[in-house]
Design a protein around this ligand. Structure first.
Ligand SMILES: C[S@@+](CC[C@H](N)C(=O)[O-])C[C@H]1O[C@@H](n2cnc3c(N)ncnc32)[C@H](O)[C@@H]1O
Length: 234
């Protein structure tokens, strides 16, 4: 989502300062998604993980030089949406995220659109270009396909969490995200790591260490203003 890329510019300096001041050697992002944050992070070891296996295949493929197709027709979009197992996972990922509005996972085909000012907007092409632009900054990232709980044994790391927002349309396959379990995990991990969470709200035993109001585009017809917050366990 666009707002995340904008927020990353404000948040990453803060995270980089924490990494430096605390001599952190490992940065972990268990909900790496579009990798908009991790590309700005400076740390010896950087791990970007996500439970969407298609997405992780895509990052590894583009890092290895794979170039996504130039165009995706509506027919191919529907074919891939219905028969994901018949296609390469990286192709499923670019179609699922890029041929659709605002990176909402298979959230409806978004092809070329005539704009009010007479130009043509190609959503797929824009999204693919953005991904390819990121690649150079992701060379030092190790991408993993795992659930966030995979990192439970880590110590002395900085863990930045950007879980699916509670109560909004989601991308990924994450509609059944269990929030209470997640916050418990954050509490537990905070004893031996610096754990930061991007969310709009958190339980009372978490404090806000940064906030910023941004306009979020939810789909082609609706926008909303929200205050993004960065939380830490007290
Ligand atoms: C809000 S998005 C992350 C956005 C990302 N920070 C960015 O800048 O694009 C949430 C991500 O969490 C992933 N996810 C959902 N449930 C998960 C889980 N249990 N473990 C790991 N990743 C999960 C989704 O696949 C999705 O990519």
């Amino acid at each position: 989502m666009g707002s995340k890329a904008r927020l990353a510019k404000d948040l990453s300096p803060l995270i980089n300062t924490m990494i430096k001041e605390n001599q952190i050697k490992t940065y972990i992002e268990p909900f790496v998604g579009g990798a908009n944050m991790i590309q700005h992070i400076i740390c010896d070891t950087k791990i970007g993980s996500d439970n969407n296996e298609y997405l992780v295949h895509m990052w590894n493929a583009v890092k290895g030089g794979w170039i996504p197709p130039e165009e995706i027709s509506k027919e191919l979009y529907n074919e891939i949406k219905q028969n994901k197992d018949n296609f390469e996972k990286e192709l499923v990922a670019v179609v699922g995220f890029c041929s659709t509005y605002n990176a909402k996972w298979f959230g409806g085909y978004a092809g070329k659109v005539d704009t009010k000012i007479g130009t043509v907007r190609d959503y797929y092409d824009e999204a693919v270009r953005n991904i390819l632009k990121q690649v150079d900054q992701l060379k030092d990232v190790e991408f993993l396909n795992a659930d966030y709980t995979h990192f439970s044994d880590y110590k002395n790391a900085l863990i930045y969490c950007d879980p699916p927002y509670q109560g909004t349309t989601q991308y990924g396959t994450s509609n059944d995200f269990h929030y209470e379990r997640f916050w418990d995990w954050v509490r537990e991990m905070s004893y031996n790591n610096i754990v930061l969470v991007s969310e709009y709200n958190a339980p009372d035993d978490f404090e806000v260490i940064f906030e910023k109001t941004l306009t979020t585009t939810l789909d082609k017809n609706s926008r909303k203003k929200d205050t993004e917050k960065l939380f830490r366990y007290r």
